[in-house]
Design a protein around this ligand. Sequence first.
Ligand code: ADP
Ligand code: MG
Length: 463
Amino acid sequence: SGKWAKAMDILKEFEEKCETPIGKLRQVADAMTVEMHAGLASEGGSKLKMLISYVDNLPTGDETGLFYALDLGGTNFRVMRVQLGGKEKRIVKQEVKEVSIPKNVMAGSSSDALFDFIATALVKFVATEDDDFRLPPGRQRELGFTFSFPVKQLSIASGTLIKWTKGFSIDDTVGQDVVRELTKAMERVGLDVRVAALVNDTVGTLAGGRYNNPDVIAAVILGTGTNAAYVERANTIPKWHGLLPKSGDMVINMEWGNFRSSHLPVTEYDQSLDTESLNPGEQIYEKMISGMYLGEILRRVLCRMAEEASFFDDYVPPKLKTPFILRTPDMSAMHHDKSADLKVVGDKLKDILEVPNSTWKMRKIIVELCDIITSRGARLSAAGIVGILKKLGRDTLKDGEKQRSVIAVDGALFEHYTKFRNCMEGTIKELLGDAAESIVIELSNDGSGIGAALLAASHSQYL
Ligand code: ADP
Ligand code: MG
C-alpha cells in the first residue's frame, strides 16, 4: 500500500544519508589526524581541544596504599576505594558504590548544590571503610577525581571547567576550578580528604589499562558520551611551553566528542537533535555515536514516519513526541531481538510508546533503523581510532617490529551493545587490513576508577 511505500522511502533516504563507505571513513580518519595536529599546535587551533592532562607517567604496578576515587561524568556518580599492594599483591581489595544523580542537580542547580551532593555521598562512603583498608596513622586520605567534562588543566590536581556536556548544565561551574569546589564542599561536610589527581575518564581508563597491560597506548570511552585519550611524545606538542617531562610522554585528552568534519554523514535528524539539544553546535561527533543519543535519533526517524507515512496507522503515538523516551539500551534490546516474531520489539513498542499491537513489518523496519543508526556510529568510532593510530604511526605494519597497540575501551555502550562493538571492531580491520593484526581493542571494565586511584597514588603527598 501507499503507506508502506512512503515509510520505505523515508527509510531508504535515511539509509543513504547515513552511509559510511570505506572511502568516506578514510576521509574521516584523515580529518581526525589533521585536527589532532592542529589542536596540538595551538590553543584553539581546532575543534579538538587536545587537552594536556599533566599525566606524564602511567602506572607501573608499584603503587601501594589506600586510595579513593570519585567518578562524575554521566548517568551515575561513583565512589570507590582501593587498597593497592604493589607488584606482588596488585589490587588487594576494592569497593565501589554507585549513586544516581538527581536530574535537578545535573541541570539548572548551582555548583554548590552539585558538589555538596558529591561530598555528602563521599562522606557516607568513607564512614563504611573497614579494617581491610589501611591508612597509616597520621595520614590524610587521598583521592583521584575522575571528572569527565572538558577541563583546562592547570596542574595534575587543578583545572577549570571549559563547558558542560552530556546533559549537565550548571552555569556557575563553568570557569571554576572543580578541585577547589570539591575541596570546599568536603570541608563543608567535615571530610578531610586531599584531591591528589584530577583526571578525565579517558585518562583514567588509559592509566587503568596500562596497569594491566604495558601495550596500552590509548583509551576510548563509549558510554553516555564519547571521548579518547592517548600517549603523545611531549616534544611533538608545539603548544606545550613547559619543561619536557623526564619520561618524554604526555597524555592528551582529545575531547574527540567535539570533532566535526564535512565528511561526517549528518542527516536532518542529527541537525534537529543538535538544534534542540542543551549544547547546540557542540559535540557533533558525540551526538552521532554515543549512548545518550542513538535512541533519540531512532525516535526522531520514527516520529517522521508516524507523521508522514502513517507508520503507526492514522495516529502519532503521543509518547513518541517525548524527547529521549527511547533509550539506547532499549534500542539495543530491539536490535538484538532473535525471536521470529520480533517479540522484544513488540514489547518495547507497547511498554515505551504505548503502541499495543504492532505488526511484524513495523517491527522489522524498526530493527533496520537500529542497524543503520548503530552501524554509522560504530563505523565513525572506528575511523576515529584509526585517526589516532595514524597520528602515532601505528596504522601500518613495520618490517621486523613486533609492536602491539592496545586500545582500552570503557563504557556501557561498547560493553553491552554487541552489534555496535562487533561492527566497530570489524570496521577497524576493514580500514587497516593486515596491520589490524597488531591492534587490540580491549574492554576495560571500569578502568577509569582504578586508573584515577592509581594516579592519586603516583601523585601522593607522601612519596
Ligand atoms: P557513563 O558514560 O555515564 O560513565 P556508562 O559507561 O555506564 O556511563 O554508559 C552509560 C550509557 O551507556 C547509557 O547512557 C546508555 O546509553 C548506554 N548503555 C547502557 N546500557 C546499555 C545497553 N545494554 N545497551 C546499549 N547501550 C547501553
Ligand atoms: Mg564512565
